[in-house]
Design a protein around this ligand. Structure first.
Ligand SMILES: Nc1nc2c(ncn2[C@@H]2O[C@H](COP(=O)(O)OP(=O)(O)OP(=O)(O)O)[C@@H](O)[C@H]2O)c(=O)[nH]1
Ligand SMILES: [Mg+2]
Length: 377
């Protein structure tokens, strides 16, 4: 290689080297010169990815929520089943045992006896027996499945005859007023606490009127419940007339735009005429504040009182015109059959069932769920 060739080679080498070093910078400069859109695109695509990632998370969240909802529903359904377990045993456990021996062919009277001692109420049993006589006429051997089918159909018909108002009949032009009545210790105050919490959680402005001016500890008990439910209590000091409390409570609810007023009342026996008169007065006085109030009059019945609950309900219905019933203490009683008798004889819907002492232990009544929980064997 001569000298000129060496110089040319060196120059070529330097050019190549410079190009190699400069290329990334040139490319970068080009990229910088490109419109901003690219960066936005990058951002956008990052955003899109982020949105997609979030959507995925959202999706799994939704799935989680619906799973949770399902589990919750199952839990609630399970709660009803366990609340009715003793009632189910009391009716269908005993009925099924009549048929356990394959050669057994119990008489209709045996079935009738089980039904009569199941707190369904005499007129309900009569109706069920009519159904059984009709469906079993002509069949030589009675079978448990046929009997169960007929009873299920008849009980479903009893519930279907009374429209199920799952909800409150809301008053659209002001506060909705509910008056809660019943015998001593049935669970009125506890139920009011639970219902208040239920509606407060659903965004309603609730006022609870301390209309039990009779029992000394009533006000403090109600206060505890309204605090738990985080709702307002109306409890004027030294007012002993329950209708005065109710009147002022509804007036206040009207002026302060409450959605719901629930009036607690003192427990009384349905046989105490003067105390029933007192309740009628509360009802009349409330109507002076608002024509159509109270919009609901609910009786609270302890399921444990069985047939007596029916008698109570009839008397209260006659005096006040009930629009609904709440069946408490369904947990642990074998007398849950009273729900059927109550519906059949009063033709008043059961609105709620109490299944425990805690604030969430109240369920909107569903006849379908009741039947599903009862007909399990
Ligand atoms: N296990 C169970 N206990 C309940 C239920 N509802 C209420 N109770 C209990 O029944 C008892 C009486 O409840 P209250 O709410 O004070 O009854 P009340 O009708 O207001 O009673 P008076 O104001 O005295 O007439 C309390 O110990 C409650 O915890 C329920 O659904 N299940
Ligand atoms: Mg009370």
């Amino acid at each position: 290689m001569d000298r000129t060739e060496s110089i040319s080679f060196l120059i070529l080498f330097c050019v190549v080297l410079m190009l190699a070093i400069a290329t990334p910078f040139i490319l970068k400069a080009f990229r910088k010169d490109k419109p901003k859109v690219d960066e936005e695109e990058i951002d956008l695509s990052e955003n899109t990815a982020k949105v997609q990632r979030e959507a995925l998370v959202d999706d799994s969240l939704t799935q989680e929520i619906s799973l949770e909802k399902l589990q919750q529903e199952e839990l609630v359904h399970g709660q009803m089943r366990s609340a009715l377990a003793k009632t189910e045993e009391n009716i269908f456990g005993r009925l099924k045992r009549l048929f356990t021996d394959t050669s057994a062919n119990p008489a209709l009277e045996d079935i009738e006896e089980v039904l009569y001692t199941s707190d369904l109420g005499p007129s309900t049993v009569q109706k069920l027996m009519e159904g059984l006589q009709r469906d079993l006429s002509g069949s030589e051997k009675k079978n448990y499945e046929t009997i169960k089918k007929t009873l299920k159909k008849e009980i479903a018909n009893i519930f279907a005859a009374v429209p199920e108002h799952k909800d409150i009949r809301w008053n659209n032009s002001g506060p909705t007023v509910i008056m809660v009545v019943g015998v001593n210790g049935a669970g009125k105050t506890t139920t009011i606490g639970k219902i208040s919490a239920y509606w407060a959680q659903r965004g309603k402005k609730v006022l609870v009127a301390a209309g039990d001016t009779f029992r000394a500890a009533a006000e403090s008990q109600l206060k505890v419940w309204t605090e738990r439910a985080q709702v307002e209590i109306f409890s004027p000091p030294r007012v002993t007339d329950p209708s005065a409390v109710a009147f002022d409570a509804v007036s206040r609810a009207k002026s302060q735009n409450h959605d719901l007023v629930i009036i607690d009342t003192a427990g009384r026996l349905h046989t105490q005429a003067h105390l029933m008169e007192e309740l009628k007065k509360v009802k009349r006085v409330v109507a002076k504040v608002m024509d159509d109030a109270p919009h609901e009059v609910w009786i609270v019945l302890d399921a444990n009182s069985g047939q007596n609950a029916l008698l109570q309900a009839k008397e209260f219905h006659q005096a006040l015109g009930l629009s609904g019933a709440v069946l408490t203490k369904l947990d642990g009683t074998a007398k849950g059959g009273v729900a059927v008798g109550l519906t059949q004889e009063l033709q008043v819907p059961i609105k709620w069932v109490g299944i425990g002492e805690k604030i969430g232990d109240l369920k909107p009544f569903s006849s379908q769920e009741f039947i599903d929980s009862l007909f399990t064997r």
